[in-house]
Design a protein around this ligand. Sequence first.
Ligand SMILES: [Zn+2]
Length: 170
Amino acid sequence: MEFEFFRYPEKFAYRVDEPKPCSVCSKIELCFDAGGYPGINDIDCICSACLKAGALIELEIEPNMNFDDGSPAAETITYKTPGLPTWQDTGWPMINGKFPIFECIASAEDFTDKNDFLSSFLEEDQTKDDIEWLWDRLPKKKLNHYNEGGDISVYLFSLEGKKYWIWDAN
Ligand SMILES: [Zn+2]
């Protein structure tokens, strides 16, 4: 299962609990849970092949929000990528006109130290001083599944070898 912008969908994308028929093609697999995907139409779940092939474009269902610049990358993230496992409607970040890859829900192990953590924060409305406290709230060990996270999550992205993160709380 490979998605250009979502590194570990088997760990960090919302999926159904047990194999179910894909709402689009009826293939039975551990589909992505599409119940929370916003859009014109509603479906229960979608298999990885249908998601990658862009079946959600016609259904006008958008797993991810982003700054839609009309590029193929924006379309891939909006329609052909599992939804970010966030609580709020969190837009996919854009860095210098490019979209980063979602790596994981971060733990302290994903950073060399607090300085590395703070320097990779993607500043938008908040500054590094505002979010310094988050370092102490990070899980200590690397997460293997989104359900190992707590009520506060740091979403780690990468672009051209650099780390960037945003955060969200329940
Ligand atoms: Zn399918």
